[in-house]
Design a protein around this ligand. Structure first.
Ligand SMILES: [Zn+2]
Length: 260
């Protein structure tokens, strides 16, 4: 893959992302930077895996907004550069660091899939979880909470998580980026990564109470105004939680691959 071919592919995808409003302008710029590094240092098959995550997540978000509305998650929160980096930085590092250190290709593939798998599983868990008719439970205390509460889990959420990991593992195997064994090991690694995400969400993530709708939210702004601080660390927002859990997802699958 030449640099020119990579640039042409990214320009076409960037144009579609803007046209379909999957990303805002800064989100597109961040995506191009990430996509470029992954195509050049990883390969087109690695990039296709990340692209599948991005397209499927964007479509599922759109379907969820149609079905249950935007009440719980701010869409501008999803389209911006911060969300792109929160989900894309760990996969990028998972390609770059093994290349710099001249690691085994298997370890690079494992780290990359662990990171993308955790990001995809967590995204689909959140989106499919919003279709759950009952109230989700907080992963730490198991008490029933409102949908959208950081650290809330539900059976639908875990179903979404498993579906995401099966899709991604199968795709990675078809594209020659993963052995059947790695594709299978992706499932427990991704479930652990997503569970860590929920634990961090319930435990240390900053939480706020909206003065307008009264919901406990992860965004300091809700319903068009500043929300009241409730608990957690203010510098640990949902993006920071995603970044930490995708890095851990990468390390877990890389370690499993090195050991087994
Ligand atoms: Zn509100």
């Amino acid at each position: 893959m030449t640099h020119l071919e990579a640039a042409i592919i990214l320009a076409i995808i960037a144009a579609f992302s803007l046209k379909l409003k999957f990303l805002d302008f800064k989100g597109v710029i961040a995506s191009i930077a990430i996509g470029y590094v992954i195509i050049v240092f990883g390969g087109l098959n690695y990039f296709a895996i990340l692209l599948a995550f991005f397209i499927i997540s964007s479509i599922v978000t759109r379907l969820r907004v149609k079905a249950v509305g935007e009440l719980y998650i701010d869409k501008d929160w999803i389209r911006g550069w911060r969300n792109v980096l929160a989900n894309g930085l760990a996969p990028t590092l998972a390609i770059l660091i093994p290349r710099i250190l001249s690691c085994d290709e298997r370890i690079m593939a494992a780290g990359y899939l662990g990171a993308v798998g955790t990001a995809f599983a967590d995204t689909l868990a959140t989106e499919i979880g919003l279709f759950y008719r009952g109230k989700p439970r907080l992963i730490t205390s198991l008490e029933k909470v409102e949908k959208g509460t950081p650290g809330a889990v539900s059976p639908y959420g875990y179903l979404g998580c498993i579906i995401a990991l099966i899709i991604l593992g199968a795709l990675a195997w078809i594209l020659g980026a993963a052995s059947p064994k790695l594709a299978l090991m992706l499932i427990p690694a991704g479930v652990i990564g997503t569970t860590i995400d929920s634990l961090l969400g319930a435990g240390i993530q900053g939480k706020y109470k909206c003065r307008e709708c009264g919901r406990i939210v992860e965004n300091p702004h809700h319903c068009g105004q500043q929300a009241q601080y409730l608990s957690g660390l203010t510098w640990i927002n949902t993006h920071m939680v995603n970044l930490i859990s995708t890095i851990l997802g990468a390390l877990i699958l890389a370690a499993l691959t090195a050991l087994l």
